[in-house]
Design a binder for this molecule. Structure first.
Ligand SMILES: *Cc1c(COP(=O)(O)O)cnc(C)c1O
Length: 388
């Protein structure tokens, strides 16, 4: 028998960075100094106050057992306390909060819990690729909501055709947004909730960057009255606390959706290591500690320097209010893949072509601010050498 992967893998979105990845590896192997703005992975270590709690928790043999279903009760209470403090939203820790092995896990499993084969899943374009893949894995049919710069990178909810809205069971949203860095005002969430009520669909709002903000904390969709009837929000410790490798996140909101997702998870995984969940309690207890405040200021400063430098070079770019991304319009004569390839070939600077996030990302490139300020300045100096 010759092994062949399942056909559904062929229906996933194509991975467009093969060529850039290959060139990056080749350049590295040739000893070139690559300045890599490609990775949405914090460059700073997890804060010591969190790591110390893990050290302690690892020594407790009680944590060696399977973790409690749905997540450690103390962590769920801590997350409810965070929601109360940050958003003035009161959540039932047992019914309205579910601990995840990173938010990607929950975003990815959700359609298995709430979408029937053939049903429509509304997915933004450009977007984090997980939403579309997850819809496909569950046999759902992704339908695109096109985001545009003119529309503030928010979907035009009024433009969704009536029959599409009617056939949809799930809508993914992501604010603050990867890759565009757009932030949604509460008024947008109000409209989305109203639409979800009218057409009886569930909203999955990916809030992975809600705590990576520069002035005011962006809103939670759960602040909209009645939102918990139609919405679940996904939060992550990865970006806020530099914990991408730890795999810890949570879902909050609609109790039926939470219960359905928990059933999928009961059948596939048993949740994150309890010691890591214990460290998660410590993380949120320190959400406004100086370490966290400082990293927000650091990303803000990096964003200002990079945006200013790119503007001087003639890129059209708006300084972000949240996330650690800069989303820049590419100079006219180029498409995003050609521009990214040119920067890599000529000056060993890596950015991500917008088209990799969907066709509507064409014309833009994404820079991740996960490099220190000196490297950013060095990259700008190199970009000034490029012949356009
Ligand atoms: C990084 C990121 C996540 C976080 O994933 P985790 O699984 O929690 O590490 C989720 N959504 C978006 C848009 C992201 O960029």
């Amino acid at each position: 028998m010759s092994f062949r992967p399942a056909e559904r893998l062929n229906t996933l979105p194509a991975y467009l960075f093969v060529e850039i990845d290959r060139k990056k590896r080749a350049a590295r192997a040739a000893g070139k100094d690559i300045i890599d703005f490609g990775l949405g992975d914090p460059d700073s270590p997890t804060y010591t106050y969190i790591r110390n709690r893990l050290h302690h928790a690892v020594d407790d043999p009680a944590n060696d057992r399977y973790p409690p279903g749905g997540g450690a009760p103390e962590l769920r209470r801590a997350l409810a306390a965070f929601f109360r403090q940050r958003y003035s939203v009161e959540l039932d820790p047992e019914r309205e909060i579910l601990v995840l092995i990173g938010s990607k896990e929950g975003l990815g499993h959700l359609p298995l819990a709430v979408v029937n084969p053939g049903q429509t899943v509304l997915v933004p374009d450009p977007a984090y690729p997980v939403y579309r893949s997850a819809a496909i894995f569950a046999g759902g049919v992704p339908r695109t909501m096109r985001l545009t710069e003119a529309g503030g990178w928010l979907p035009d909810l009024d433009a969704i055709p009536e029959d599409t809205a009617r056939s949809a069971t799930l809508m993914y949203l992501n604010y603050p947004n990867n890759p565009t860095a757009a932030v949604a005002p509460l008024g947008f969430y109000e409209k989305a909730v109203e639409l979800a009520r009218r057409y009886d669909l569930l909203i999955a709002q990916d809030a992975a960057y809600n705590e990576v903000y520069f002035e005011h904390p962006p809103p939670s969709i759960l602040q909209v009255p009645g939102a918990r009837d139609v919405a679940v929000e996904f939060h992550s410790l990865s970006k806020t606390f530099n914990m991408t490798g730890w795999r810890l996140g949570f879902a909050a909101g609609n109790a039926d959706a939470i219960a359905a997702l928990a059933r999928v998870k009961d059948n596939l995984d048993s949740g994150p290591y309890t010691a890591i969940q214990e460290a998660g309690i410590e993380a949120y207890a320190g959400i406004d500690r100086p370490e966290v405040t400082r990293i927000r200021a650091t990303y803000h400063q990096r964003a200002e320097v990079l945006c200013h430098g790119l503007q001087e070079l003639g890129f059209r770019v708006r300084p972000p209010a949240a996330t650690f991304y800069v989303w820049a319009r590419v100079p006219k004569a180029y498409d995003s893949m050609r521009l990214a390839t040119k920067l890599l070939d000529e000056v060993s600077v890596v950015c991500v072509p917008g088209v990799g996030f969907g066709p509507a990302g064409e014309g833009y490139v994404r820079f991740a601010l996960t490099l220190d300020i000196d490297r950013i300045r060095q990259a700008l100096a190199r970009l000034r050498e490029v012949k356009w």
